[in-house]
Ligand binder design. Structure first.
Ligand SMILES: Cc1ncc(COP(=O)(O)O)c(C=O)c1O
Length: 423
């Protein structure tokens, strides 16, 4: 008998708590004590800083007033599946039709369902490192973990070369672009090279009668891109990958409605029936009022596009000040990777010598205590090397919060590096 409670299953005993949420809870406690801390930790939005579209709120109230309170169909309301299918076609050239759209209460249930669809215990689940939460899903599915490390040179995205090295062991490959935690996005060329590796392998497996590699493409931040960056969907660079691709999306990030719980999966329609049954058994469908409201909103791409444009501007203001200020701290061991999408910026605090420490965790605590800067080390995203890389999230901070935090950071670094602030 290993560690844990003897009454629980091995799966339950092996279940880890989210490290990000643990850090966020300690930050909340510090703020409640009155400490000055900028919460750059969670991938959530402060509703005071980022509002969901008004049309969505009105739609929810109207649906409640119209007593839309009973069970929705397990796959989603037909009008919602129609409008999401039209949106996916319009925005990403992905044509699964309404039968290929299945909604869930956020991206998580459809993410879980997509793994359950394909993985037997012991099958290989490949994912990038760093990446959000994939290692928890490896555990839940009793899969073999295939981490594919990104590097600063690849903007921390897994590359075609890295994937090719492990392709024979892979049953499901999950990719995420824009990537949480790094805020970087695949280019057309990079994604095409990966699709080519998958398709070459799948042609061979078909001849040998083996199950194919499935690509799960998590694009929950797809509408959030920096200027001059274009989000790319796999079918746009490799149409034949359609049959092997499951796309995940949600309003959690794109409409900043993390608490409204609506996500969806787009997949070849012939694969839909078991997913519908699974979502039904889990009871993981979104509430009827949000389905009604989203069905209306997603049938109006022009409203959505305006909303996305404004949102990008707000994110970009926050990213600009971060880049300016972090850029000025390069003499103090600070650097960052150019943000391309999502609400994240990858930054490095190479303070090991200066602070006489050896772990990212020690640097994280120093930043929190000395500068009131709360960030998440890449260890929380599976990257174990102690190299000083962190995620900054801008969803819960104002431009002023960032400016204040950067002032505190600069002062703390100057003291640590032995300078007086105005010397
Ligand atoms: C890459 C990625 N996928 C999926 C999710 C889950 O989204 P949801 O809140 O809709 O379950 C998140 C949430 O942080 C995410 O960052």
């Amino acid at each position: 008998m290993g560690e844990g409670d003897w009454r629980l299953s091995e799966m339950a005993n092996g279940m880890e708590r989210s490290r990000i949420l643990s850090i966020a809870a300690s930050v909340r406690a510090m703020i409640a004590e009155g400490k000055q801390v900028a919460p750059f930790t969670v991938g959530d939005f402060s509703p005071d800083q980022f509002e969901v579209p008004n049309q969505l709120l009105t739609g929810i109230s109207e649906a409640i007033a119209q007593k839309e309170t009973n069970y929705p169909p397990a796959a989603g309301l037909p009008e919602l599946r129609e409008s999401l299918a039209a949106w996916m076609h319009y925005a990403y050239d992905l044509d699964v039709g309404s039968d290929g759209i299945i909604v869930g209460s956020g991206a998580r249930p459809v993410l879980y369902a997509s793994f359950r669809l394909f993985l037997e215990p012991g099958d290989g689940l490949a994912h990038g490192v760093p990446a959000w939460n994939n290692h928890y899903y490896v555990h839940l599915n009793d899969s073999v973990d295939i981490p594919i490390a990104g590097t600063p040179e690849s903007r921390f995205l897994p590359t075609a070369i890295g994937i090719k090295e492990r392709i024979k062991e892979i049953r499901v490959l999950i990719l995420n672009s824009p990537l949480n935690p790094t805020g970087t996005c695949y280019t057309k060329g990079e994604l095409k090279a990966i699709c080519d590796v998958i398709m070459e392998e799948n042609h061979q497996r078909k001849e040998q009668g083996e199950k194919p590699v499935i690509l799960v493409y998590d694009q929950v931040y797809s509408t959030m891109t920096a200027e001059h960056i274009e989000h790319v969907h796999p079918v746009q660079v490799c149409p034949e990958i359609f049959d092997y691709t499951i796309t995940l999306d949600a309003i959690s990030k794109s409409l900043t409605g993390t608490g409204l719980r609506l996500g969806w999966m787009a997949l070849p329609p012939s694969l839909a029936p078991p997913v519908i049954a699974l979502i039904g058994h889990m009871g993981a469908w979104p509430a009827r009022p949000i389905q009604k409201a989203a069905a209306k909103l997603y049938s109006k791409p022009e409203i959505l596009e305006n909303y996305f444009m404004e949102l990008d501007e707000r994110i970009s203001k926050r990213m600009s000040i971060l880049q300016d200020r972090l850029g000025q701290l390069s003499d103090y061991g600070v650097s960052y990777v150019q943000p391309e999408g999502g609400i994240y910026l990858t930054t490095r605090f190479d303070l090991f010598t200066q602070l006489d420490v050896s772990t990212n965790e020690e640097i994280r605590q120093w930043l929190l205590e000395e500068a009131g800067v709360a960030i998440v080390p890449f260890q929380a995203f599976g990257l174990e090397e102690e190299t000083g890389w962190f995620r900054i999230s801008v969803g819960a901070v104002s431009v002023e919060d960032i400016a204040d935090a950067m002032n505190r950071l600069e002062s703390a670094l100057m003291i640590a590096f032995g300078h007086a602030r105005n010397a």
